[in-house]
Ligand binder design. Structure first.
Ligand code: GLC
Length: 594
């Protein structure tokens, strides 16, 4: 790998300057070269083609190594569910070898600038089979001790760096106003202060190890009816009040990357919204980092591709997540600059942001961190995941049923022995891993089994534990107008679980309900049949051991709701839910509460 040094760049600049005139260059008019930053000096050596290449972020399966070299590609996207050799069981070594080959291809380009490898490690390095799967953001929002969020983020960063990865498309700082939104679980809370606090802890944790992305700017959780990529009808004051604070705090922390949102504000797509991207984010808030577009989001703008690109880049987009049509984008952008539709000064601004992000992350010194498989699902990281899972579960009902005392337990329900459901979306695959065994973790059955009180005989049991669940989903696939225990994306076996609860109650047994879900669910009269109810949300790989320790009382509940829990499926927008809920935001029992 060529080593970049200021002297090399400066010498080439001086030669360049001397070659351009007959006499000694009079640089009195221009900024003296020594006042240029190293990255400005590097930028000045690049051709337009090399600059535009740095703005591209194709998907790993959408480009060849030769093209990475030929086009000076600045970044690679690893999309959700995309794996080396299209093998989801790929080893850590195969992950590393793939990234190493991309980095070597970049070093062979005319600019030799290292590329940044980006991935959605939204609850651990979750595409990688065998990585620790931490609780999702909704769980992090329930945690009262922010240092646990910091530990989760740090461990996530370590399990990325260990495989040579640099850029995390996380944390989402969405404030999910309406739980009908399929990305509710990617939001820490309906309360912007909880989101801002959680984001701060997350950035402090991950930034020593990986480049975070705060997303999706701005107000992605505030669309009408929670429709993913939908339209927000909020006025500017509400957006500034309920959705902007996490970005203001992130910019104070020098967040390196912000991702724009798919959705629209009053009919205008964010990816082409000059006011929010340029005037507010880069102007008023002074964001100096890289504004990254979302997956093909530019193609949702009006006009032909060249028009879409021109609109987005002139609005402020710096790096383009165009997974498969990146080559068309590359040539169209160059054409737009040559036509004067995009000023080269705008390209220079975008590329300087990109180069500065890479320099700050140390990519020029260490483009490829050393492989370190000891980090992957390490004992320390398992302990962090266990602590986070425990701290994020919320006890909602307890009529002298918990803690368990010398029980004989009959366990049932779709999530009873299924780590995949506890992990949820963005696990191995984009929409989640349908397998009960995802290669790591302990199921609820595993966790309870360790205490030795399980029985296969319903008749012999004095306690029935039913693990209800939602199916796993991600993004728009999770949108539903009926977020209930048996409707929407509820697991089809929940109905049987409800019937069992009624039967067990009639037979005089203690009924404990556990809920694995990406959001609060409307429960109706179901709770009439429960002696205890625990909201587990999406606790990740260590959820089984975590819930068992709480049910037996070796650890107490500390989780508090970061969402209002809905009473009906009519009043689900935040305005209605403030006055019409089953359990309020901030609610959560301990084992000693009556
Ligand atoms: C998705 C999501 C975004 C994610 C990106 C890359 O569509 O909107 O959150 O980071 O694509 O996977």
């Amino acid at each position: 790998m060529k080593k970049w040094s200021l002297s090399l760049v400066l010498v080439s600049l001086l030669i360049l300057a001397a070659c351009n005139t007959n006499e000694t260059p009079d640089t009195s008019e221009e900024a003296p070269i020594e006042s240029l930053s190293e990255m400005e000096a590097l930028l000045n050596t690049l051709t337009l083609e090399e600059k535009v290449g740095q703005m591209m972020q194709p998907e790993r399966s959408g480009i060849t190594l030769e093209e990475v070299t030929e086009y000076n590609i600045g970044s690679i996207l690893n999309a959700g569910g995309s794996h080396p050799n299209n093998n989801h069981l790929a080893s850590f070594d195969e992950w590393y070898q793939m990234i190493e080959s991309f980095q070597e291809a970049a070093s062979a380009s005319s600019s030799t600038i290292p590329l940044v490898y980006g991935i959605d490690a939204v609850h651990g390095n979750n595409n990688v089979y065998g990585a620790t799967i931490f609780p999702h953001n909704i769980n992090l929002g329930m945690i009262q001790d922010g240092s646990i969020i910091e530990d989760v983020a740090a461990a996530t960063g370590r399990e990325m760096r260990a495989l040579g990865m640099h850029l995390n498309f996380s944390p989402a700082v969405s404030v999910a106003e309406d739980i009908r939104w399929g990305r509710t679980y990617e939001s820490m809370s309906q309360d912007v202060d909880i989101v801002t606090s959680g984001m701060t802890h997350y950035l402090n944790g991950i930034m020593p190890y990986a480049i975070p992305t705060v997303k999706h700017f701005v107000g992605d959780g505030g669309t009408y009816l929670g429709i993913d990529q939908g339209n927000s009808i909020l006025d500017e004051a509400a957006i500034r009040d309920r959705h902007l604070p996490p970005y203001e705090a992130a910019i104070e922390l020098d967040v390196p990357v912000i991702m724009a949102s798919y959705h629209s504000i009053r009919g205008v797509k964010l990816h082409g919204h000059e006011y929010w991207l340029k005037t507010v984010l880069k102007g008023e808030l002074g964001f100096q980092g890289v504004l990254l577009s979302d997956y093909n989001a530019i193609n949702q703008l009006e006009g032909d591709f060249k028009t879409q690109l021109t609109t987005a880049i002139n609005a402020g987009v710096d790096m383009l997540m165009q997974p498969f049509n990146w080559k068309d984008a590359y040539y169209l952008i160059i054409e737009a600059v040559e036509d004067g539709d995009i000023l080269e000064a705008r390209i220079d601004d975008a590329v300087l942001r990109i180069l500065t992000m890479k320099e700050t992350a140390g990519l020029f010194e260490t483009p490829l961190p050393a492989l370190d498989t000891s980090q992957m699902y390490s004992a320390d990281h398992q302990a962090v995941a266990l602590e986070a899972a425990r701290a994020s579960m919320v006890l909602l009902e307890n009529s002298d049923a918990l803690p368990l005392v010398d029980p004989t337990i009959y366990l049932s329900g779709p999530a009873a022995d299924h780590v995949g459901l506890m992990a949820g979306g963005w696990t191995t695959f984009w929409q989640g891993n349908p397998d009960p065994d995802i290669g790591v973790g302990t199921s609820i059955q595993d966790g309870l089994d360790a205490y030795g009180d399980l029985t296969d005989s319903y008749a012999d049991a004095d306690t029935v534990i039913i693990a209800f669940s939602e199916l796993s989903y991600a993004e728009g696939a999770g949108d539903t107008m009926t977020p209930t225990l048996t409707g929407g994306l509820a697991h089809p076996d929940n109905a049987d679980g409800l019937a069992l609860a009624e039967r067990a109650q009639a037979d005089g047994k203690t009924v404990i309900a556990l809920l694995v879900s990406g959001r609060p669910l409307v429960l109706g009269s179901a709770t009439d049949h429960f002696d205890a109810l625990v909201a587990m949300f999406l606790p990740g790989s260590e959820g089984g051991e975590a819930i068992a320790s709480l049910l037996y009382g070796t650890h107490d509940f500390t989780g508090k709701l970061s969402y209002y829990w809905p009473e009906t499926i009519i009043d689900l927008d935040i305005e209605s839910m403030r006055d019409n809920y089953r359990y309020p935001l901030g609610y959560g029992l301990t084992l000693t509460d009556e």
